[in-house]
Design a protein around this ligand. Structure first.
Ligand code: GLC
Length: 426
């Protein structure tokens, strides 16, 4: 079910040409990349977004650059909650209010179908918006029902962080990962414990569990988005069982930030987290030295694709300016800055082929490998309900010894069809 981004088959000699192009992009002005400023509506553009986790607030810096270039259509980011599920609720509430307060939504890849289906965002006219040069996986998350609804701002994929002072190399299989966890527990008297995944009851647990299930050779949906729980039941149970064994003692309620804290405190051998953490981890906790770490794709390339997509709000009164801003933020130059300075995984191929970037950030090869084998979550309007129902089963198994429900397949089918409305959608 992995869908690989289609890399341009560039030889390294031609990649050298690309380096040159990117260098030029970094030094030229941006005006050439966006629509004629005279065509844009005047007035402020509001971007509603989750927390900017980039190093030194690079999203805001790009917005400031836009504002210098487009003083008559200045943009402003309004930040919602840092937790994915709460961000979604806040965005839905603003969209449903119909007050036109938001011009651009920065949507998680799993919400694009929902906002499109509900009529909260406008489709983009592909004869006027160029989609060439984006990675295929992230771009696919912007499509729904045969239309393009957004452009990919940053991509994301689960990576394995490991203590490089305690291990010579990352485990290549989940069996090996589990063995290392058990060895380290024995060696350290349980001082250095397991795999700090996102284990709290929110979207992060859905992702962590989907990855563990993939690691056990299973899946919940096939490539066409059909649910395949019935014939995958054993692998699904095996994946969650593995997670229970490797999770730190007591299965703590970790989100992305508290996983980092646990890993940084030296008490976890492994962590599952998004790529931006490669840049934030070396900064250490206040007053404590940073832990020595390495980063690798999850064993077997089991990562799930995440990321955020920028879409024009249906009730924006400045849709041309909003779209131009989106093109600016997803353009090659902005993408290069977001990755190089901010650590957010770029959605444009050219950044991954830049030799200077590869030299400075060698882990970009790991990132590229992980993105190319990543699995997409179902792109359907009722995904959030699906995720809730799936997570209830995961939580039951993980925390309460409950077997997977006999009718899990039916429950998930009903959820995806929208027959069970999510509590916060009403
Ligand atoms: C990150 C990912 C997003 C995912 C979320 C879960 O923000 O980019 O896709 O849903 O984490 O917490």
């Amino acid at each position: 079910m992995a869908r690989s981004p289609q890399w341009h088959p560039l030889a390294w000699s031609s990649a050298g040409v690309v380096v040159g192009i990117v260098a030029v992009l970094l030094t030229t002005t941006i005006t050439g990349l966006v629509s004629n400023p005279d065509d844009l509506e005047d007035g402020p553009i509001v971007v509603l977004s989750g927390r900017d986790d980039s190093i030194d607030g690079q999203r805001q810096k790009l917005i400031s650059q836009w504002n210098q270039l487009h003083p008559r259509s200045p943009a402003r980011i309004v930040e919602a909650s840092p937790i994915a599920d709460a961000t979604r609720s806040e965005m839905l509430a603003r969209a449903q209010s119909g007050r036109g307060e938001v011009d651009v939504f920065n949507l998680d890849v799993t919400w694009t179908a929902e906002f499109a289906d509900a009529g909260y965002i406008r489709s983009l006219d592909e004869s006027r918006v160029s989609t060439s040069g984006f990675l295929a996986g992230p771009l696919a998350t912007c499509r729904y029902g045969g239309k393009l609804w957004a452009l990919p701002f940053n991509t994301d994929v689960g990576l394995l962080y490991y203590r490089s002072d305690l291990l010579d190399a990352p485990p290549r299989t989940w069996d090996e990962l589990e063995d290392k966890v058990q060895e380290m527990r024995a060696r350290s008297g349980n001082d250095v414990d397991g795999y700090a995944g996102q284990l709290a009851d929110y979207e992060g647990l859905t992702v962590t569990a989907l990855e563990a299930i993939r690691g056990a050779g299973g899946s919940v949906v096939d490539e066409d988005g059909n649910l395949v729980v019935e014939n995958q039941r054993a692998a699904i149970a095996a994946g969650i069982e593995r997670l229970r064994v490797i999770a730190p003692a007591g299965i703590p309620e970790l989100d992305e930030t508290s996983s980092v804290r646990l890993f940084q405190s030296g008490r976890a051998l492994f962590m599952r987290n998004w790529p931006v953490t490669v840049r934030s981890l070396p900064q250490g906790l206040e007053g404590t030295p940073a832990v020595a770490f390495g980063v690798a794709p999850l064993p077997g390339g089991a990562g799930v694709l995440g990321g955020q997509n920028l879409a024009v709000s249906a009730d924006s009164t400045r849709p041309r300016a909003a779209q131009a801003l989106i093109e600016f933020l997803t353009g090659e130059r902005s993408q290069q800055i977001l990755f190089e300075r901010g650590g957010l995984p770029a959605t444009r191929q050219v950044v991954y082929f830049d030799q200077a970037v590869r030299d400075r950030y060698p882990y970009i090869a790991t990132l590229e490998e992980a993105i190319s084998s990543a699995e997409l979550r179902p792109a359907q309007p009722h995904y959030a309900r699906f995720s809730d129902v799936f997570r209830a089963a995961v939580n039951g198994y993980l925390r309460h010894d409950a077997p997977l429900p006999d009718d899990l397949q039916d429950q998930l089918v009903d959820a995806l069809k929208g027959w069970l409305a999510p509590a916060d959608d009403g």
